[in-house]
Design a protein. Structure first.
Length: 72
């Protein structure tokens, strides 16, 4: 009678440990998802800033080429 009770207790303990680990993984995945979202927003803003900064430069490069220059 002792061995079945030990087996049941160890089984319950194993499930409890798996439950705690599952909660920790869930929390870390949510934290990672927030960081990925924040990083993707920063990349999007940086790309928009780069696009805005490149606009006038592209116009200046076209003006510097002159009227008779061949365009690619």
């Amino acid at each position: 009678m002792l061995w079945p009770m030990i087996a049941i207790a160890l089984g319950f303990l194993g499930l409890a440990v798996l439950g705690v680990l599952a909660v920790r993984v869930f929390v870390e995945v949510r934290r990672l998802a927030r960081q990925v979202d924040e990083t993707s927003r920063r990349i999007q803003y940086a790309a928009q800033d780069l696009e805005r900064a490149a606009g006038p430069l592209a116009g200046d490069a076209g003006a510097m080429a002159g009227p008779g220059a061949e365009r690619v």
